[in-house]
Design a protein around this ligand. Sequence first.
Ligand code: HEC
Length: 253
Amino acid sequence: MKRLLTLLFCLSVSAGVQASGGGNYDHAPVDLHNKTSLQNGAKVYVNYCLGCHGLRFLRYNQMAEGIGATEAEVKEKLMFVGTKIGEQMNVSASTEMQTKWFGTNPPDLSLVARSWGPDKLYTYLRSFYVDPSRPMGVNNTVFKDVGMPHVLVGLQGKQKIVYKDVKSMEKQEDGSMKEVVRQEFDKFELVSVGELTPEEYDATVGDLVNFLTFVGEPHQLDRKSLGIKVILFLMVLFVLAYLMKKEFWKDLH
Ligand code: HEC
């Protein structure tokens, strides 16, 4: 019995760790009902990400509906000349050229909020730091040695990592104990400011992540309301079935 309990405990703990994605990420402010946030997120995406990352599972007219904008608004503010409202949101630069630029292809981001989870994405976009040893001059604590430039640097500004000393006792080869000091990540510090304050930057990235969460599942809201309808239908059916059963058995008694 005790063994069984231990096993159940281990299973539930590991499930919990998996559900949280295993990492230590900041919480993304996702709210798919907030149309203003979705619209701002779409604007940031089109201006800063669509040049390299397509959203091939989404068409412009689907996007318009999902973010609560009219097709005319989307055409005017979020589409490049020559694209059509029923088209998928493909990248503007050609794939071949991008591979030449970065040595790797920027992946399609239609499902990234699902595979990474919103929290990881939110933390990633706020974790670029100055690293002169990298080709783009930046590195990222969420995605080590990332091949992507910090495209939002104009909004956020540049930040560096501040390390802290962490002391611990470690066993030496001869068996004695010795104090060792290691440097670990402490926090980020701005070394040059961007257009936005840190709070505004977090809010903007929050909107962008909100938008990408919607993209990962554009029918999520529809599906939830459908789910409620299905449950109501089943409840009515249950009552009818119960009444019918009573009716049948009446004659048999
Ligand atoms: C100049 C081109 C470029 C732009 C613009 C760009 N990225 Fe990237 N991005 C890349 C490249 C290249 C990679 C692949 C990096 C690697 O594998 O090391 C990448 C990788 C990523 C990844 C990791 C995906 C994965 O599954 O590994 C995410 C998330 C991401 N980008 C988000 C964004 C967002 C959000 C924006 C807009 C704010 C953006 N990117 C703008 C080039 C770009």
